[in-house]
Design a protein around this ligand. Structure first.
Ligand SMILES: [Zn+2]
Length: 277
């Protein structure tokens, strides 16, 4: 548990509206700090945050956060890192995600860069949850590392939800992005936007901007280089925005408007809060 104060970041002075499309406000690190953290995010221009649960144990927490903080939307899912055989019976509760107020099914997906859980279990868990997202008519929030071919194969077999989804912290190639876009998938990026840009990242960003690109922080993980001591916080989205602006050679205001619009459409947020800062 981190007890220090949350590091202050720059304040948005341009009336920009930003959406943190992927974070984990349920995290232990943030316990007791969310009022301050969200006030700071608001000051940075963040009008919406999508917090993603990673285990069934977090689902009640995510829902409580969504009820308590008007700017917080939530996703219910079982993250591939935490998939266990016992979770399959709990997926019945996931069928009630939409009724519970969830804006997406996530964080779900595949990770080939870890030893356990085995890929066969991850694939079963992902396939089940993808079907539930379709039944619920909700978009999916996806995690994928080193397993894009498997992810695309399952999307081809099961089909993507009509409302598509989001691969967060997208690390794939332009070719993979194109295959995923065929399924209505968008992409968010966070701290990686502040790293020295690789040729691949520049090419991907050029391809997915403006229609398929969203901003995220993945707080408390993946901090930007400017705040690498961590934990990462949603207000750090301004660093990620600056990174995207530098790569794309476009004004921050334009990227803020586009990414916020993309997030509102994907998650189906009512336009009315679009107008209220
Ligand atoms: Zn995440």
């Amino acid at each position: 548990m981190i007890t220090g104060t949350i590091t202050s970041t720059s304040t948005n002075t341009n009336d920009m509206r930003l959406v943190d499309a992927h974070c984990h406000l349920e995290a232990e690190e943030f316990r007791g700090q969310l009022d301050a953290l969200l006030a700071e995010a608001r000051a940075a221009g963040v009008v919406k945050l999508v917090t993603a649960s990673v285990t069934p144990e977090q689902w009640p927490v995510s829902r409580a956060l969504g009820r308590y903080y008007p700017e917080v939307a939530f996703a219910w899912g079982v993250h591939p890192w935490y998939a266990e055989a016992r979770h399959f019976e709990l997926l019945d509760a996931l069928r009630g995600a939409r009724a519970a107020g969830a804006s997406a099914i996530g964080e779900i997906g595949l990770d080939a860069k870890i030893e356990t859980p085995p890929m066969a279990l991850q694939e079963r868990m992902f396939t089940e949850q993808l079907s539930i997202a379709k039944e619920n008519d909700l978009p999916v929030v996806l995690h994928c590392r080193g397993a894009f071919n498997e992810l695309i194969r399952i999307l081809n077999q099961v089909g993507a939800p009509a409302r598509g989804g989001l691969v967060h912290a997208f690390s794939g190639s332009v070719e993979i992005a194109e295959a995923l876009m065929d399924h209505g998938i968008r992409f968010s990026m966070g701290g990686a936007l502040t790293y020295k840009p690789s040729r691949k990242r520049v090419a991907v960003l050029d391809r997915i901007y403006p229609g398929h690109f969203l901003l995220e922080t993945d707080s408390p993980d993946l901090p930007p280089v400017q705040a690498r001591e961590g934990p990462n916080v949603p207000a750090n989205i301004l660093h990620n925005l600056a990174g995207a602006a530098a790569i794309l050679g476009l004004p921050e205001e334009e990227i803020a408007a586009r990414t916020t619009d993309n997030a509102y459409r994907l998650f189906g947020f009512p336009e009315v809060d679009h107008a209220t800062p």
